[in-house]
Every structure is written in structure tokens, then in C-alpha cells.
Design a binder for this molecule. Structure first.
Ligand code: HEC
Length: 211
């Protein structure tokens, strides 16, 4: 986890990815690039993004801790994690400018959490840094410009596996039979097992609307 706390490597700011969902000779369906989070131009985006991510991150851990204390892992599966946060007028209730919250990973439990093509860039970026032994920044800021529709910002926070996550994301052989059965039933395509404490689990993402 320590390496997640480092400052943004300058190389991140220089990365520009252009995606194409169509043929190479057509204009791309969506363009996305990372922005230096210290750039004054993203000060507000970052402020709204951090507030929302902190709330999501704290709730995620608190929810796991409370549910585990009350019902053990089997009971806790039903409340994990922040499922169905309500959108009011296209915004997450109580979170100004936040139009979406997501948790994603290379290995998802719920297929609904699979990365889209732009999330994929953020996953690839963190993986690249980890593979090269480089510091992973606490947050990544991404500007997304779809060919049609409004541009938006995304703020991502890499999350690590903590000891209390292992009950449901650790070695499946160590899971009680009831929990295993429940996870298999609810998530037949579950890939989110086999983690150890300190592993990189994935990203919490918030989408911040353009002003
Ligand atoms: C009680 C079991 C349980 C515990 C403990 C638990 N999770 Fe999960 N986790 C789940 C379930 C169930 C899902 C699928 C949620 C859904 O349907 O969106 C999930 C999904 C996720 C996802 C979204 C990507 C995916 O795989 O679908 C992330 C990220 C995640 N968990 C991280 C964590 C972290 C970090 C911890 C520890 C703080 C943790 N989990 C602890 C059950 C658990």
C-alpha cells in the first residue's frame, strides 16, 4: 500500500491515449488522456472527485467491517458494496457534479463492474507502474471526450486489499461452504478471488461533470 501514497510521476502527465472503437481510418469514438492532478486547471474537478472518492472509500470499508461483525461474510455479501446508489437528476445524491460512481478491476466479481475502454486505460496505467516498480499515485485524473455527448472528467483511486477483504476476495479454498455457495450462485463468473493483503485490487472511480 505504501507505494500507492507516492506523488504523481511526471510520466503520467505526458501519457496521451487515443482510443478508437472504429477502424483506424475513422475518427475515434472517444478520446481520453490523463491530466497532471497538480495542474491548477483541474483543482475543482479534483476537489469534487476527492470528496466523493473519500466518501465511497470510507463507506466501502465501514460497510464491510459492520456487515462482517453482524452477519459474517455470508450475510455481508448482500450489502457489498454500495450497490445501487441512487442518481437524482443525473447526479449522485449529495455529491455535487458527480454523475457516476464505479468500482472496477482487471478481475471483477460482478460483470457489471467490468472496465469500459476508458477505465481500461487507467487500469493499464496502474499496472504499468506496478510492473516497472514505479510509485503509483494516490489519484489519477482523466479527461474524456466522446465523439458525441459531453466531455467529462474521471478521478480514479487505486485500492489495495486489506486483511478484512480476504474473507471474500482471498483463497476460495479457505472460504466457508455457505459463503462459497452464495458467491458462486450470485456471481457465476467471479474472478475476484485469490488476492493477498497488500495486493492491488482495482480502482474506485468517480465521474465529474464538466462545468
Ligand atoms: C462479505 C464479502 C466481501 C468482503 C469482505 C469484501 N468484498 Fe469486495 N466484493 C464483494 C461482492 C459481493 C462484490 C460484487 C459487488 C457487486 O455486485 O457489485 C465485490 C466487489 C468488489 C469490487 C468491485 C469489482 C468487482 O470485483 O466486481 C471491489 C473493487 C472490491 N469488491 C473491493 C473490496 C475491498 C477493497 C474489500 C476490503 C475492504 C472488499 N472488497 C471486501 C464482497 C466482499
Amino acid at each position: 500500500m505504501k507505494r500507492f501514497l507516492a506523488t504523481l510521476p511526471s510520466l503520467l502527465a505526458t501519457f496521451v491515449f487515443v482510443l478508437s472503437a472504429q477502424g483506424a481510418d475513422e475518427s475515434p469514438a472517444v478520446k481520453a488522456h490523463f491530466v497532471d492532478r497538480n495542474d491548477p486547471a483541474v483543482k475543482d474537478v479534483l476537489r469534487y472527485g476527492i470528496n466523493a472518492i473519500n466518501r465511497v472509500g470510507v463507506s466501502l470499508v465501514r460497510e464491510v467491517n459492520t456487515a462482517m461483525a453482524q452477519g459474517g461474510p455470508e450475510g455481508a455479501v448482500d450489502v457489498c458494496h454500495l450497490k445501487g446508489l441512487p442518481l437524482v437528476n443525473g447526479l449522485v445524491a449529495g455529491m455535487p457534479r458527480i454523475t457516476a460512481l464505479k468500482r472496477t478491476s482487471f478481475k471483477v466479481r460482478n460483470p457489471a463492474n467490468r472496465p469500459d475502454e476508458v477505465d481500461q486505460l487507467a487500469l493499464d496505467q496502474v499496472k504499468y507502474l506496478l510492473d516497472h516498480g514505479d510509485e503509483v499515485p494516490p489519484l489519477l485524473v482523466q479527461r474524456v471526450e466522446p465523439a458525441a455527448g459531453n466531455p467529462e472528467w474521471r478521478v480514479y483511486k487505486p485500492v489495495a486489499v486489506m486483511p478484512q477483504c480476504l474473507a471474500c476476495h482471498g483463497d476460495p479454498a479457505g472460504q466457508p461452504a455457505g459463503l462459497r455457495a452464495k458467491l458462486t450462485e450470485l456471481y457465476p463468473e467471479d474472478q475476484a478471488v485469490g488476492y493477498n493483503t497488500g495486493d492491488w485490487r482495482g480502482l474506485i472511480r468517480v465521474t465529474v461533470a464538466d462545468e
